[in-house]
Design a protein around this ligand. Structure first.
Ligand code: 13P
Length: 253
């Protein structure tokens, strides 16, 4: 039977100080109390690099898991000022990593570099949350599917197994804008992507597919009607334990 576990993943981007562990503590205690649903979902939070080591130690063995937000594409150690390797991330005890985020693509990260990052992250036994998504202009020009296909084919290698890669569809025009695709539109894209990935990457395991972009406690009511989705990648609303918990609560209402 297909695994129906849902993922609620928080991407903190450039947010968080050492005391921000309290946000995770509140989310973690909610999960513990949520006996009715807590076997149906997993929660992962991606703080900045500065907090990975302390958060991963503090939440070791707890319900909540920690993810990194990016990494360098080569080597374990090297003369790469300001860079952090997947090897170093794994050594902090972290097991997940977000890669290919559009905010990093906008800074010049291309498919070729993302491919190297994904490959090295998997080699270091990190689970990858791989972000794809079209921008406003591409959407307007009806290029959504060709863009998504290109992003997938130029990064994911044939034979990758989807027990360690989650795909997050994050339309760039939706991030931080309060605008989301309609459920009908989203459903079409999700079904298309799952079939496409299965056929092209030839994995026996169904890929997990998340949606990201302006997810909050209200919009979740619309998004939850897309049953094919395996969860959500949440930016702004993941910085508050209340907002994040409300998203989970409203999803299961
Ligand atoms: P928002 O939820 O703030 O739109 O951000 C989404 C995102 O970029 C998550 O990776």
């Amino acid at each position: 039977m297909a695994d129906r576990t849902k993922y609620f993943i928080g991407n903190w981007k450039m947010f968080g100080l050492s005391g921000s562990y309290k946000i995770l503590e509140r989310i973690n205690s909610f999960i513990q109390r949520d006996k009715k649903n807590n076997k149906k979902y997993k929660v992962i939070i991606a703080p900045p690099f500065t907090l990975l080591d302390s958060f991963s130690k503090r939440f070791k063995g707890k319900k909540i898991k920690i993810a990194a937000q990016n990494c360098y594409e080569k080597d374990n150690f090297g003369a790469h000022t300001g860079s952090i390797s997947p090897f170093m991330i794994k050594k902090t005890g972290v097991n997940f990593i977000i890669l290919g985020h559009s905010e990093n693509r906008a800074l010049g990260e291309d498919d070729k570099v993302i491919k190297l990052k994904v490959s090295l992250a998997i080699k270091n036994k990190l689970n990858v949350i791989f972000c794809i998504g079209e921008n406003k202009k591409e959407k307007k020009n009806k290029q959504t599917l060709p863009v998504l296909k290109r992003q997938i084919l130029s990064v994911l290698k044939k034979g990758y197994k989807f027990n360690n890669i989650i795909i997050a569809y994050e339309p760039v025009w939706s991030i931080g804008s309060g605008r989301v695709p309609s459920p009908v539109e989203l459903k079409k894209i999700v079904i298309f992507l799952k079939k496409f990935v299965n056929k092209k990457i030839k994995s026996k395991i169904q890929p997990k597919l998340l949606y990201g972009g302006s997810v909050d406690k209200k919009i979740i009511y619309n998004l939850k009607s897309v049953r094919e989705l395996d969860g959500f990648l949440i930016g702004g609303a993941s910085k508050s334990s209340k907002n994040f918990i409300d998203i989970i609560k409203n999803f299961y209402k």
